[in-house]
Design a protein around this ligand. Structure first.
Ligand SMILES: [Zn+2]
Length: 136
């Protein structure tokens, strides 16, 4: 996913490390068909998108895409890329969004401003609780 030194590759590596260091029982492992992280460039999609698929035993794979289209126009900082990367990696844990109307904070908020992401770029207790509710 991008050459070494690509800011999105760095952001994805940080996001994976942040989630792996979070207090959950879910760990992402490298596997030939388990998951893909890639870069896209399209005006038709939001900042990032994650697709899941299921096998006979349940969730079996994911594809995370980071959309370069918004990067320069929105003047992303490295913290914003890290937050967007981590948000999508949260989806790669097969979790959805935190509703915005409950007063909670977290990477997995349904709607987050770039300003919010600039100062909130790693999983919060709310994000970790969400994962732990699914994988106790
Ligand atoms: Zn999302």
């Amino acid at each position: 996913m991008g050459s070494p030194g690509n800011p999105w590759r760095i952001a994805a590596a940080q996001g994976i490390a942040d989630w792996d260091n979070a207090n959950t029982k879910f760990n992402l492992i490298e596997h030939p068909w388990g998951g893909t992280i890639k870069l896209i460039n399209t005006s038709a999609l939001v900042r990032g998108v994650t697709f899941w698929w299921c096998g006979a035993g349940g969730a079996s794979g994911f594809e995370v895409s980071y959309n370069l289209y918004h990067d320069s126009g929105d003047q992303y900082t490295n913290n914003m890329r890290r937050a967007i990367a981590s948000h999508e990696i949260g989806h790669a844990h097969f979790i959805g969004h935190i509703p915005n109307d409950q007063g909670w904070e977290g990477l997995m908020l349904k709607y987050a401003s770039l300003t919010y992401y600039d100062s909130h770029f790693s999983p919060t207790n709310t994000d970790i609780t969400l994962v732990n509710q699914i994988y106790p």
